[in-house]
Structure formats: structure tokens, C-alpha cells
Write a protein that binds this ligand. Structure first.
Ligand code: WTA
Length: 658
């Protein structure tokens, strides 16, 4: 389907949503528009009211919003004090103690565990006591490297209860990446499990933690959850302790540590344009409000709903949309340990059917993969409980959108294509299910408090009106935006607030079409998005040049029908070091897996005699991108290149390996 065609295709809000027994909270486009207008014109009034409605405050705030982008000192609900765990657990444990808070759908579909709010409170308190006993206090960082099990949620909330700051590292990261993150945040305690299980395969989490902690005295304690019960896990005396043993002896109540609205809630490392990953810091009040408000309005979550976000807790989507958003609302949230295709490609849909899921949230990669495997896997399940189905992480192509809408949603569910980032904390552009007519492939309109701007990338001038394309920025602060990069505020300013003064810069390109709909076009910086996982080109390049035979490396994102983008790496070699190129290429792929993690594996590595460069020696990644994406005929002016003759050689090399 061409972009123009899809731009002209508008789907109204499905009739069933408006006429069904559960009325959407916002049920007309006019209502959305007037609320949005109010939220951006009078953010202080709008968000003060929302913060009191959504959150329990131990100390009231008086100043709703202070600071600005110029100074990088944005702060919300300033005098306010609260506790995130109290908001996500205690108050619901008192009001609805027997309501299920977490449904854990294990890797084996026969393993289902449910925790009520009352049980969750006791577990969180026990863990808070264990951590307190290990001297974890307000402001301390705790690293978490865990599979998708209830203990991960319990560990995160136990940190929040103490006012400690969790730093969850996705369990697909390598030991080296884990080490780097533990060292950067200075955590003294790590929480992990003996092993993880995903799609029937074992992930040796504890072994990877041991490898990451080879430096003596890097941390004081490692708490280990017995998950698979493997016998091969090794425990280091005086450092490693078993979760179940500590918990058995812990009191199931621990008072909350009330913190300032602006105290940090968590760090989450993400990839940027330059090499080292950055610890994106989120604070308590603003983040929680953004999480809860978006879950309620964008997923239209009501009291009896069963809400499911299929992401991993190791990424921001898991933080905001598995844990903090739904639990802050007192909803039932699903925790999915497995993969979309295990044991069969019906797994997602069987899970929806089994638990009577009402909201379902996943990534375009999964939708594309399942669409390719055939309709029969969907058709055999009853998906009639679904009302809202969401997509996140990368642009969703119109074909995948249509399949999701028709096959999964039976043309009766709202599809919400939600655009946001680790740094934005919660969704910033998305339809609202009962209000927004959608266009397949467009994230549509801004959420409350978000004033988007499309800027001319060269001049920084705002492009007003419709039918404009440029880079996407946000014009005024919103509650859940990241406040800083841990220990590196300079980098925060340089990355987000300095490139276009007065704006928050997203790093994405975007179009506002003739009807005012926003279309996200993908990253304009050196970030690659593979299956919704963010990777920086320079991080991968650094991994490649660790090999002693590699002289230079250039990494770019190529187009991939399934994963959105994929990694192509070009390497030049030092003279006379390699006889077997194929073996070297295999070794380089392994090197990247080892340095970063299996999900960062390059799809193609090309060994070439030279890289395209300017006369001053700067690598022209733009040229490589065009060659890989079959656009070598659109290179434009190559006269500034040091050696334009290199192009044909590169084109041949790429063709050869396809
Ligand atoms: C991309 C994930 C198009 C975008 C929540 C962004 C999207 C990056 C969408 C952030 C979407 C996310 N449409 N692109 N609906 N959602 N992206 O930090 O490039 O892992 O900048 O956060 O994913 O990735 P992150």
C-alpha cells in the first residue's frame, strides 16, 4: 500500500466500542480536543487536578510545574511527597485486597500464577525488609537482572518502597553490558535468578551475573531467586544469598519511605548516538502520573479489565505499561514469560483467550512475524474479549496494521499505535480508543500535555501548519519526561535540549499530514531500531574493533521486512592478518553478541578494502545506507568523496552476500 493511499484511509472509532457495555472514558474527538487544548494551555491547572485524582500524596504539592528546557531544571509537583509502591500496591490492597494484581503466564503455558493485591503487598514488604537488612536505603541504586517472573515486579516495588532506585538490565544483555551498567550506577546489590526460561530455552542469568562481577568487591550482595531450580548454579559465599531463604524469615510489613515527587524512582539504560549507554533517570510523581493517565485513557482500562502488555520488564515499555501504569490504577496486569511462537504461533492468542484479556499491547515485529505465519493460528482462538489493541516500538507498516485490526481485532477493536521513548516516560502521541479516527501507520495525535513541533532539521525553524516533514520535537515540559542522565547532566542537555533551543528533541523524523495526523518516520540519528530494540551504531562499531584484525568499522541500519531494521556492518582489516574471511566474519558476529547481547547480532558483515569517506576522512554512513537499501542510484553528488570509485566495489560486495 502506498503512503498516499494509507494517508487517505480513515477508520472511524469501531461502533462496538461506543455501544458496548463498557463506555470509553473519552468518547468523542471533540472531547479529546478540548481536554488536550486545556492541558497544553493551562498545564498547571490540568495536571494539578490529575495528580490529585490519580495519586495518593502524603504531603500535598503547591507548585505544579517549575523549570524549563533552556535550563534543564524541569520539576513537577515540587513540595509533594509520596511513595510509588504505596500508590501501586497498598492503597489497592486495602480497597480491593482479593483483586488479582498480577497474572503470571509462565514460559510453559501450564504454569500460571496469580497474585492478589493483598499477597503482592506482603511480598513487596518482605523483600523491602530483606533489602533494608542489607543496608539498602533511600537513594541507593539496586541492579536487577531477571526473567519475566513476579519476583522481578516484587523486587522493583520493594526498591520503590524504600525510596531506593532500581536499575533493571534486560536479561538479554551480555555480561559485559551488565558490568558496564552496574559500574555506572554504582549498585551494591544485584537481584537475579538461577536461570530464566524463554521459548523453551534456558537463559543462564546467574552465570552471566557471575561473569559480570569478576572484579572483586564490585558489589556486596547478590540475591538469587530459585526459578528453574537448576543444580548447576554456583553461589559465592558471603556474597550470594537465596531469595526464598531470606523471604521466609522476613516480616510481611515494612513501612513506606515517603520521598519527594522529584526524587528518582528508577534508572534505565538506553542507547544513544555515541558509544556508552546512558542511564535515563525518571522521578517519582511525574512519572507515575504519566504512566497511570496514559494507561487509563489510551488503553481505556476499567475495573474489571484484564490488561496485557507483552513487553519485557527490562525495557521502558515493561516499566511503564506492565508495572507502574496498570498497578497505579489498581488494574490486573499480565506478566508474559514466553515468546509469541512458543509452543506454537497461537501462543499470544491462546493467552488472550485463556485469561479473557481486554487490552493487548505488543510490537510491530511480533505482528509482522505472526501475520507471515498464517491466519489459522489466530482464527482458532476466541478473541472477543479484546477492546483495545496496541502497538509500540517502531513504525507499524499499514499492511501489518490492517492485519492486526481485522484479524486480531475483528474490525471491532481500537488499534492504538503509540509513539514514545524511554526518555518520554510514557506515551506522547497516540489515538484514544473511543475518540480518534485512525489511519493505518499513523500514531495520530498528541496526548495530554504534549505540544509537538515539526522542525526544519537544518535551520531549527518550526514548520507550522499541515503537510510538513522534518524532525519531531516537543515544545513544553510534561510530567513524565526524563529529568537527566545519571551522573551526566551535560550529556542530557547536549542530546535533548541543546540541539534545538527551547525544544525537547526526540531524534525521530516525522510528518504532519494534510489532516494534521502525525506519522513517525524513524530515527534521524545514529540509533538503529531492530525489532523495537534500540541500538547505537557506535556501540556496535566499538564491539567490532575489539577484534585485533579490524582496522575500521561502520555500522548502519538496513531495511528488513520482519524486524523493521537490521544491522549491516562494514569492516576494513589491518594488513596481512586474516586468511579465512568467512571465519573472521563469524567471529565478528560472535564478538558483538558477547559485547552487547544476542539481540544486537549483525545480519551481514562485509569485509571491504575501504570505506566511503569525505576528503577530511569522515565516514559517509549515508552512502552505505543507500547501498544496502538498494538505492545506490540515488547517491546524489559524490564529488566530495575522497574516492568515489569505491562505490562500485561496495555495491558488488553487498550484492554478493545477499
Ligand atoms: C521508536 C520504546 C514509530 C522511535 C517505547 C523512538 C516508534 C524509539 C514508535 C524509542 C511508534 C517507538 N511509531 N516509532 N509507535 N514507538 N518508536 O526508547 O524511533 O526503546 O525514538 O522506547 O522507538 O525507543 P525506546
Amino acid at each position: 500500500m502506498s503512503a498516499e493511499h494509507s494517508e487517505n484511509k480513515i477508520y472511524p472509532v469501531p461502533e462496538r466500542l461506543l455501544s458496548g457495555p463498557t463506555k470509553p472514558f473519552i468518547d468523542s474527538f471533540e472531547q479529546y480536543q478540548s481536554l488536550w487544548q486545556e492541558s497544553v494551555d493551562n498545564p498547571s491547572t490540568f495536571f494539578a487536578k490529575a495528580a490529585r485524582e490519580y495519586l495518593h500524596w502524603d504531603t500535598n504539592f503547591q507548585t505544579t510545574c517549575a523549570g524549563d528546557f533552556e535550563n534543564g531544571n524541569v520539576a513537577w509537583f515540587l513540595e509533594g511527597e509520596l511513595n510509588a509502591a504505596y500508590n501501586c500496591v497498598d492503597r489497592h490492597a486495602f480497597a480491593t485486597p482479593d483483586k488479582v494484581a498480577i497474572i503470571h503466564e509462565g514460559d510453559d503455558p501450564n504454569n500460571v500464577r496469580k497474585l492478589t493485591y493483598k499477597q503482592l503487598l506482603q511480598e513487596v514488604c518482605r523483600m523491602a525488609n530483606v533489602l533494608h537488612g542489607l543496608d539498602v536505603r533511600k537513594g541507593d541504586n539496586v541492579a536487577i537482572y531477571m526473567p519475566m517472573i513476579p519476583e522481578t515486579v516484587i523486587a522493583m516495588l520493594a526498591c520503590a518502597r524504600l525510596g531506593a532506585v532500581h536499575s533493571v538490565v534486560f536479561a538479554g544483555f551480555s555480561a559485559e553490558s551488565l558490568y558496564e551498567r552496574i559500574q555506572d550506577c554504582g549498585a551494591r546489590v544485584v537481584i537475579t535468578s538461577d536461570e530464566g526460561r524463554r521459548g523453551g530455552k534456558t537463559v543462564a542469568t546467574k552465570r552471566i551475573v557471575d561473569e559480570a562481577l569478576q572484579l572483586p568487591n564490585l558489589v556486596d550482595r547478590v540475591i538469587v531467586v530459585k526459578h528453574t531450580g537448576t543444580t548447576s548454579v554456583s553461589m559465592t559465599p558471603s556474597r550470594d544469598i537465596w531469595w526464598h531463604q531470606e523471604m521466609a524469615n522476613a516480616r510481611p510489613y515494612h513501612p513506606v519511605t515517603v520521598v519527594s515527587s522529584e526524587d528518582p524512582l528508577f534508572l534505565l539504560y538506553t542507547s544513544g548516538s555515541t558509544g556508552t549507554p546512558k542511564g535515563v533517570l525518571h522521578t517519582t510523581g511525574g512519572f507515575l502520573l504519566g504512566a497511570a493517565m496514559t494507561v487509563k485513557n489510551i488503553f481505556d482500562v476499567h475495573d474489571d479489565d484484564i490488561y496485557a502488555c507483552m513487553a519485557d520488564l527490562g525495557w521502558i515499555t515493561g516499566h511503564t505499561y506492565i508495572l507502574y501504569g496498570p498497578l497505579c490504577l489498581g488494574a490486573t496486569t499480565l506478566l508474559f514469560e514466553s515468546t509469541p511462537t512458543y509452543p506454537t504461533a497461537s501462543r499470544f492468542w491462546e493467552t488472550v483467550d485463556k485469561h479473557k484479556i481486554t487490552q493487548f499491547y505488543t510490537a510491530p515485529t511480533a505482528i509482522r512475524a505472526l501475520r507471515r505465519l498464517g491466519d489459522e493460528y489466530v482464527d482458532r482462538c476466541n478473541l472477543s474479549t479484546l477492546r483495545v489493541i496496541g502497538s509500540v516500538g517502531e513504525p507499524i507498516n499499514p499492511e501489518a496494521w490492517e492485519w492486526y485490526y481485522k484479524k486480531v481485532g475483528h474490525s471491532q477493536c481500537a488499534v492504538v499505535d503509540t509513539y514514545w521513548q524511554t526518555e518520554t516516560g510514557s506515551i506522547v502521541v497516540s489515538p484514544l480508543p473511543g475518540a480518534t479516527p485512525t489511519k493505518p501507520g499513523s500514531a495520530t495525535f498528541p496526548f495530554f500535555g504534549i505540544r509537538p513541533a515539526i522542525l526544519d532539521p537544518a535551520t531549527g525553524q518550526e514548520l507550522e501548519g499541515n503537510d510538513v516533514t522534518g524532525v519531531l520535537a516537543i515544545k513544553q515540559p510534561w510530567p513524565s519526561m526524563s529529568r537527566t542522565i545519571y551522573n551526566n547532566h551535560h550529556r542530557f542537555m547536549e542530546t535533548y535540549l541543546k540541539p534545538y533551543p527551547g525544544f525537547y528533541f526526540t531524534g525521530d523524523g516525522a510528518t504532519r499530514d494534510k489532516d494534521g495526523y502525525i506519522w513517525i518516520r524513524g530515527r534521524v540519528d545514529d540509533v538503529i531500531n531492530v525489532s523495537g530494540h534500540r541500538l547505537s551504531t557506535s556501540e556496535i562499531e566499538s564491539a567490532l574493533i575489539l577484534d585485533s584484525s579490524v582496522a575500521e568499522a561502520a555500522v548502519i541500519g538496513g531495511h528488513d521486512d520482519l524486524t523493521g531494521q537490521c544491522i549491516h556492518a562494514f569492516c576494513t582489516l589491518k594488513p596481512n592478518m586474516v586468511s579465512d574471511t568467512e571465519k573472521l566474519i563469524e567471529g565478528l558476529i560472535q564478538q558483538v553478541r558477547k559485547s552487547i547481547g544476542p539481540f544486537a547480532k549483525p545480519k551481514q558483515v562485509y569485509v571491504v578494502s575501504d570505506l566511503p569517506k569525505t576528503r577530511s576522512g569522515k565516514i559517509l554512513r549515508r552512502v552505505l545506507r543507500k547501498i544496502v537499501n538498494n538505492e545506490a542510484d540515488q547517491l546524489g553528488d559524490t564529488s566530495t568523496m575522497a574516492d568515489p570509485g569505491i562505490i562500485q566495489q561496495l555495491v558488488d560486495k553487498v550484492k554478493q552476500r545477499h
